[in-house]
Design a protein around this ligand. Sequence first.
Ligand code: AP5
Ligand code: MG
Length: 226
Amino acid sequence: MNVVVLLGAPGAGKGTQAPLLAARLGIPVIATGDLFRAAVRDGTPLGMEARRYMDAGQLVPDEITVKLLLERISRPDAKAGVILDGFPRTAVQAAALDEALAGRREQVSAAVLVDVPTEELVRRMSGRWICRGAGHPYHETSSPPRLEGVCDLDGSELYQRVDDRPETIRARMDQQLGALEQVIEHYRVARVLRTVNGLQDITIVADAIDAALADAGVTPVVAGQG
Ligand code: AP5
Ligand code: MG
């Protein structure tokens, strides 16, 4: 089972790279931010609770997030492996994931940090549009859709996230980067951390992620295996 963790600050490009990588590796993406946004859209109790934190740029409490993620990775489609986008975000979440995987005699195969300087993160989030269908991200200047306002991949409408307002972008940086450092350290100690330069074209970042994964021994899933 390949368990690949994509790490990076808000706006680093995790959500851009995750579906591309999923297609190459043949395993699904699980993005906690997308799961929370779906719950908000559906107006579930989980969504209403999560929204209070998301709109303020804060992390949703570990207890809620860990439960959601562990339920999701226990489903059949995650059997051969998963790409985690946006989880773990705290040391507590990283430990909970390790424990759940150890229960299945598995472990995180690689944690790839997409490294991008803070000034660029702000530029990326301010110009971001995402699709209502599956959350595919676009950017006004660096990655525009072929047809304005429409997702290239699933044809759904594009919108701007509430938490991409300038004041919330600042709050996300202030409140989340410290915890990210702890998660990076967790995987450095576990010797599965790989870092790629995220300040390059999307396709070049994708190639760098492939090289980092090959170095960590992660190879595509062959149909029928896993
Ligand atoms: P989440 O949805 O995970 O947001 P995030 O981590 O803040 O990351 P983003 O989605 O903003 O950025 P990204 O790295 O995916 O970048 P993207 O590819 O879109 O979480 C949202 C909220 O949910 C959190 O704030 C928190 O409240 C809650 N939450 C989620 N998970 C949680 C957890 N585990 N624990 C607790 N709370 C949790 O790219 C950004 C832009 O840049 C796009 O416009 C894109 O087109 C562009 N771009 C991408 N790559 C490039 C490139 N190489 N060159 C130029 N432009 C690029
Ligand atoms: Mg994202």
